[in-house]
Ligand binder design. Sequence first.
Ligand code: GEM
Ligand code: ZN
Length: 377
Amino acid sequence: MQISSNFDSGNIVVIDASNVRQVQLAIRPDLNSNHFQWFYFKAEGLQLGQPHCFSLTNAGQSSYARAWAGYHSVASYDQRNWFRVPSRYADGALMFDITPEQPQVWFAYFEPYSRERHAQLIEDAQRLSGAELVATGRSIEGRAIELLRISRNPQAPRNIWVIAQQHPGEHMAEWFMEGLLERVQRSDDAELNALLQQADLYLVPNMNPDGAFRGHLRTNFAGRDLNRAWQSADEADSPEVVFVQQQMRAVGVDLFLDIHGDEEIPHVFAAGCEGNPGYSPRLDRLEQQFRQLLIDQGAEFQSTFGYPRNNPGQANTTLACNAVGLEFDCLAFTIEMPFKDHDDRPNPHTGWNGVRSKQLGKDVLSVAAVMVGQLRD
Ligand code: GEM
Ligand code: ZN
């Protein structure tokens, strides 16, 4: 059996693969950082019908070690159809077995969103009505960070920004963007058409292409967590954030969504700006309305579980959500999707996955359509 991870978003270190019943592996930390949790590798030359057992021996030292309890790895025979394989966490290692139906199988922390698919997404998006690639930033390694605008009314008074995958291991974030863009494609969608009469959409489908390509969990090439860089972004170590901030300041922001994944919490939720200085009853009302509308329309979303709320004035304003909400006095959320499952509507075969992330991207547009007229009230 051979194990490889020398491909887009690949991450694994082989310790000992001589016994297929006890394959010893380790997750490689992000470059210039100690973070790790994301893994993605291919095993080939498997013996059909024979059990193979893989062990991620350093899982216990990962960034969110508590997240492994109740987590099940994803696998695929073709990198298209992904399914969960029962996994267990014991003695600091994550273990999962497969009795393969094919001689090769891929394993990952979550259904990966590839650079190839990203390139296609950007190309297809530019053919949508009203769409334009307005600017392209550069990552440290020179990869493109595309900013797309969807504008169908030159007089639209509002600007809605959605950015994704600041944390490169959170691949559900770009699946969300793909779903959102798929909905923008439809010409017979009354809600969407109403939204685009009142707002332009500014979309950054992937903010951290270097980290994604390198199989990182949380940081860019310089080892910087971009979602802690919004008060001190600089060209040398976080040009990705500098780019987006410059574009936002040129245009303005009336609603901001920053799309993420959470390792531990098995629910979809939204973290707001309640700890920001200057947080007002207006923003509180808008936040509550946003969450309630998502629930009311049947989206896979809930507001019971999530991060502890910040005390007044205690927000960490280096996070994108807080920084943008503060600077533009606008409704701003970090949207979190699980690596595990949305336990409100569990699907043990798939867990949370690309398709469900895409649907959430579509559903969020319905909420934006209802709220767009009130964002500055
Ligand atoms: C979160 S922080 C992730 C926290 N994860 C666990 N398991 N506690 C993210 O990365 O999406 C948002 C943030 O950057 O603060
Ligand atoms: Zn994140």
